[in-house]
Design a protein around this ligand. Structure first.
Ligand code: NBP
Length: 479
């Protein structure tokens, strides 16, 4: 076989097939392969005319079709399937060849695979690909982890097929080994938080302000013209405006209210616990999905009393709507800030040199959390790469200052009326935790010292101390 292909793609389900077509539509010759050959044949039959494809029935054929250094992209199920495919292909490759895992791998797996393949002279690149099927076909956001050498070869290809915003490609090298998959994981965690915040805003507008789904759809449509402009707000308006054709009811009222998840939100929260990164909005969003699925628990709680229901006048509802917009914006800034801080924490732990301006830049297009305000986040980190928080940037600080009253009133209203707002409340509480002069963590330290002699530090002297709680004089010693 002629080694003519610029890249090979193995795994031609929804994502692999769309990415392969995207490469081919941009003029690359793409060798295509799938464990079950019927998928390869159907790709050729349906889309073979879109560009230059080289179909391969076996791993050997696929490898033989690739130009050197070989670029092989794996788009299979994350986990054991990815290991199986690596085990099959790695022995067929040579020094300097590249395996790119474009699946949703856990970053720790990517670190392990990269270290293993580096020993064997192969570049292993963990590329987080966001945007689902549409993104993969028309321009995803690509978060790449791997060696600089491999990005020098792959970067131009990824930057060609990725989404483009203001003339900039939504693909970048995030850092070495698992950095790309880590950032993709946090992207998905932020996605969970953003979706939950939007869902809570809808619930408030419905249950507190008394609007119907179609009216709320219009409200989201209007919000999408302002600072909340984003893909998620846009699709929310569409979903809320949709009427179920079978029943004539609002679509949102015929959908079972138990939310699913594929696990990347959970990974974000699990990893955040390891890093001691307080991504509380992501955690609440993940737990909110879990709570929605607790059928027997919900049945047990359902008869219990809640808050008060007070109907709102039209003008009160309009005022409340404006407050919800402000509270949603503030909470969203906090959720993104938490995610970006988690990336900074991981960068320190794993030795990644991550440019957050570049991360915000590539999230502006092609991915689910694309939003107008990411451009401001990008600008903030470009001006000050070591920015500790978005709220340390004057523009965001000014906005958060301006929404204090509505933000608090919305959370207070939700508590009074008994409408659950776990993510709104978590975001506000996080804000108040970090701005507090003194935290009750001092009391926690006292408790820990009391029952476990864990010791504490003092505000007025250096050193660690323990109080002898069991002694009548409760004397203190330095430990
Ligand atoms: P799936 O995650 O559904 O995986 C199906 C593919 O994996 C098929 O090509 C299948 O081959 C192959 N495969 C499996 Br399963 N086990 C294999 C094995 N042991 N050896 C070789 N091939 C094997 O595909 P997808 O939804 O296209 O997603 C691909 C990757 O992209 C996943 O990691 C996913 O998490 C990630 N991702 C998906 C989305 C999305 O919106 N779907 C978005 C972003 C990222 P077969 O045809 O022979 O069964």
């Amino acid at each position: 076989m002629n080694a003519s292909a610029h890249i090979g793609v193995t795994g031609l389900a929804v994502m692999g097939r769309s990415l392969a077509r995207n490469f081919a539509r941009h003029g690359y010759t793409v060798a295509v392969h799938n464990r079950t050959p019927s998928r390869t044949r159907s790709l050729m039959e349906e889309f073979g005319h879109e560009g230059t494809f080289v179909p391969a029935e076996t791993a050997q054929e696929l490898v033989a079709a690739l130009q050197r250094p070989r670029r092989l992209m794996i788009m299979v199920q994350a986990g054991a399937a990815t290991d199986a495919v690596i085990d099959e292909f790695a022995p067929l490759l040579d020094d300097g060849d590249m395996i790119i895992d474009g699946g949703n791998a856990h970053f720790a797996d990517t670190r392990r695979r990269e270290a293993d393949l580096r020993e064997r002279g192969i570049h292993f690149v963990g590329a987080g690909v966001s945007g689902g099927e549409e993104g993969a076909l028309h321009g995803p956001s690509i978060m790449v982890g791997g060696s600089k050498e491999s990005y020098a070869v792959l970067g131009p290809m990824f930057e060609t097929i990725s989404a483009q915003v203001d003339g900039q490609a939504c693909s970048t090298r995030i850092g070495s080994d698992g950095a790309g998959h880590f950032v993709k994981m946090v992207h998905n965690g932020i996605e969970y938080a953003d979706m939950q915040l939007i869902a809570e805003a809808y619930d408030l507008l419905r249950q507190v302000a008394g609007y119907g789904p179609a009216e709320i759809g219009e409200i989201f449509r209007a919000w999408n013209k302002g600072r909340l402009e984003s893909y998620l707000v846009e699709i929310t308006a569409e979903v809320l405006s949709h009427t179920d054709p079978g029943t004539g009811k609002p679509f949102v009222d015929v959908v079972a209210d138990t939310a699913g998840q594929k696990g990347t939100g959970r990974w974000t929260v699990q990893t955040a616990l390891d890093l001691a990164s307080p991504v509380t909005a992501v955690a609440q969003a993940t737990f909110a999905r879990a709570a929605s699925g607790q059928a027997s628990l919900r049945a047990a709680y359902r008869p219990l009393p809640g808050g008060v229901r007070i109907p709102m006048s039209r003008s009160e509802a309009e005022r409340f709507t404006s407050q919800v917009e402000q509270a949603l914006y503030a909470s969203k800034v906090i959720a993104y800030d938490q995610g970006l801080k988690m990336i900074q924490d991981a960068a320190l732990t794993y030795g990644w040199d991550i440019d957050l301006a570049a991360v915000a830049g590539i999230w502006r297009g092609g991915c689910i959390i694309r939003a107008a305000f990411l451009d401001r986040i990008r600008t903030a980190y470009a001006a000050e790469p070591r920015l500790v928080s978005l709220l340390a940037e004057p523009g965001f600080a000014k906005e958060i200052t301006a929404v204090q009253v509505p933000w608090r009133e919305v959370v207070a209203a939700s508590v009074r009326r008994g409408v659950p707002t776990p993510a709104f409340a978590a975001a506000l509480s996080y804000y108040d935790t970090l701005r507090a002069d003194r935290l009750p963590a001092a009391l926690l330290q006292g408790q820990r010292d009391y029952f476990g002699a864990h010791s504490y530090r003092r505000t007025d002297r250096q050193g660690a101390f323990h109080t002898h709680w069991g002694h009548p004089d409760r004397s203190e010693t330095e430990v």
